[in-house]
Design a protein around this ligand. Sequence first.
Ligand code: NAD
Length: 433
Amino acid sequence: MKVTVIGTGYVGLVTGTCLAETGNTVACVDTDARKIEMLKQGIVPIYEPGLKEYLDRNVAAGRLSFTTDLYSVMDDSDVLMIAVGTPPGEDGSADLRYVLQVAEQIGKNLKSYKVIVNKSTVPIGSGDLVRDTIAKHTKQEFDVVSNPEFLKEGDAVSDFMKPDRIVIGVSSKRAEDIMKHLYAPFHRTGYRVVSMDVRSAEMTKYAANAMLATKITFMNEIANLCEACGADINNVRFGIGSDKRIGPHFLFAGIGYGGSCFPKDVSALIRIGRQYDNELQILNAVDAVNVKQRTRLVDKVVKRFGEDLTGKKFGIWGLSFKPRTDDMREAPSIYTIEMLHERGAKLCVYDPQAMENARPIFGDKAHFHEDYYTLLKDADALLICTEWQEFREPDFARVKSLLKQPIIFDGRNLFEPDHMRELGFEYHCIGRH
Ligand code: NAD
């Protein structure tokens, strides 16, 4: 098939590349000329493990191309996929500006039947808005499909190639058949397409993210209580995760969820609830608890060193919102660093992939280091904000010799508290003693 993917970010680029991998001819479109120029030169503008190899192979095979000019490619496509951002508006609801801009552009240039697929995460009813926006500008036949994306940054390629499920929200058999055909190569080992109406598909995406955010938040609340009453969240995690009804995934306590999806999707779903006079009380609580959890590590630092941190230096390992990505959107490290800086602390930071994206966020509030040991020299403590693999087995003797005092605040529970004590560290973590 011939596919145009509009919006070449984390979702669009992975979608386009993986659809090319299965033999389709894909054009990826973006208004960001710098991004398209980089891609044309074979430079992947985001860090996503495995993506470069797929991209190079498909560009070389002539199946994958990049352009800023939607009109030069859309005519020739059977399917147009919208994968632009839907960032939070001022009141927390999803901003549909970019999606509707694309819809208008499509409407103005639609010359033959196409399936227009919405991959962006959008409020329930957006499919109708997209359809109406396109229909204002054309008399051509077309279908609008909702096909929410469930990939995880850091594992995006394998998630796309081997999805748990592919949700398609359709209102015509013609569009359903085209979507099933497009996704046929992705479910060879089991049928994975879940077909439903458009509104249910739109809701499925929000419900999935809201459920995952709730799971994390629930564990964070239990972890905080564990700290207060002398229990260990790690033991509790194994204890409840072995129950098949609960499952072992997404039960890790930490310093709150972040990223480009959970915070904005929880807020957007809360706003959708209000719009229908249907207050989502669980999600209100999830949002409030998460906001508080983001300050958990700073609270511990303040408890240990006092409110005024002038003259104190802290080394920080990990900036991205989670490992295996360079994405800094809503990263808990942002809140940690802002609050420590406000209290006068000097912050020396390192991240394996996110430093370029982090620099404009922190400016001179943080000192960026290329080596995660040397930044610890004469620091009052080490803080861990992201659980990158390389932090899991550090040279503790070296860490200890560099720090002014052997103190670690670990927001991701990387180490065993007993072992850390044996090594002579004062170790503060989440929900453990
Ligand atoms: P992103 O910000 O990385 O990429 C969006 C891209 O769209 C940008 O490159 C931007 O320049 C481009 N764009 C904006 N307007 C455009 C236009 N009119 N024409 C062409 N390109 C345009 O965003 P993302 O993280 O890929 O997310 C995209 C959507 O997918 C969002 O709705 C998001 O909620 C959803 N989603 C994201 C993830 C994720 O892990 N990032 C996972 C699932 C779903």
